[in-house]
Design a protein around this ligand. Structure first.
Ligand SMILES: C[S@@+](CC[C@H](N)C(=O)[O-])C[C@H]1O[C@@H](n2cnc3c(N)ncnc32)[C@H](O)[C@@H]1O
Length: 263
């Protein structure tokens, strides 16, 4: 599955506002005692996780950013001005044995684990536990979407969208909305201290461009899952697009941030 740099840029401000600050503080304290801690950002995209944590975790942290998309890596490199503290590597995360965990203090990721399967997440948890390496996984979609202006099809649309979230996104059947719960169970099983916090997108008219793209992104999943006529889908999208422009209209999209640290 590939991601467009423009879409990642569109969501970055909402992601930044949504990220839970308390978990970032706990992560910062965990890293504070370490000299030049290495953070391995998996599925880095254009580097949003690095940008969101910069200035909040150790200033001497070193980063290795991994993605399998060369265009996103190129963009990440272009947008990152941190000298040799940050390096970039093309890597397919399915190659877990090749994950450069040597010396990594913490693995970081954002908006990634809802794409991953349970088997993949379990294998990654095994590897991190064996290395005593923590995980900060932000912005895992949790399946909850709420609009202040209701439409009769909302519940059916969200249920179908959530079923589609569980289809294969390149790692086997995806965890989708169950990502944070499953990650939490896996890392607790390894004796890690696991904390989670809600990190919803809260979108009003100021996020109109993100909302429009988000709503347009329902068409393909709804067509793929079935159960809706083309008119149903077109009408629902038109209603949702029009509602964005209404005063006081709000949309929240649930996410959960997770921090798992070795005990
Ligand atoms: C939703 S984007 C999130 C990007 C970034 N972390 C952010 O928060 O903006 C998911 C990222 O995972 C990457 N990705 C997906 N499958 C991958 C794989 N098999 N190996 C490496 N990266 C992968 C995508 O290229 C994309 O950059």
């Amino acid at each position: 599955m590939s991601f467009d740099a423009a879409w990642l840029s569109l969501r970055e401000p909402a992601d930044r506002a949504a990220r839970n600050g308390r978990l970032v503080d706990v992560l910062a304290r965990h890293l504070a005692g370490k000299r030049k801690p290495l953070l391995l950002d998996i599925g880095c995209g254009t580097g949003a996780t690095f940008r969101s944590l910069s200035g909040k975790v150790s200033a001497d942290a070193e980063w290795l950013m991994l993605d399998n998309d060369p265009l996103l890596l190129e963009e990440a490199q272009r947008r990152t001005d941190a000298g040799d503290r940050v390096s970039f590597r093309r890597h397919d995360l399915n190659d877990l044995d090749g994950l450069p965990l040597e010396n990594a203090a913490t693995v970081t990721a954002s908006a990634l684990f809802d794409l991953c399967s349970l088997a993949y997440s379990a294998a990654l948890a095994d590897r991190l536990a064996a290395k005593g390496c923590g995980l900060y996984a932000a912005l895992n979609y949790d399946g909850r979407i709420h609009w202040s202006r209701p439409h009769a099809l909302d519940d059916d649309v969200v249920a179908a969208f959530n079923r589609h979230q569980k289809t294969d996104k390149g790692f086997g059947p995806a965890l989708g909305p169950d990502a944070a719960t499953e990650l939490s169970n896996l890392f607790k099983g390894h004796g890690f201290r696991v904390e989670t916090e809600h990190s919803p997108w809260l979108m009003n008219r100021e996020s109109a461009a993100l909302q429009r793209a988000f709503i347009a992104g329902f068409r393909q999943p709804l067509e793929a899952i079935g159960g809706f006529t083309s008119d149903d889908i077109a009408d629902w999208i038109a209603f949702r697009h029009a509602a964005i422009e209404e005063p006081d209209s709000l949309c929240s999209v649930g996410h959960i941030d997770l921090l798992a640290l070795p005990a």
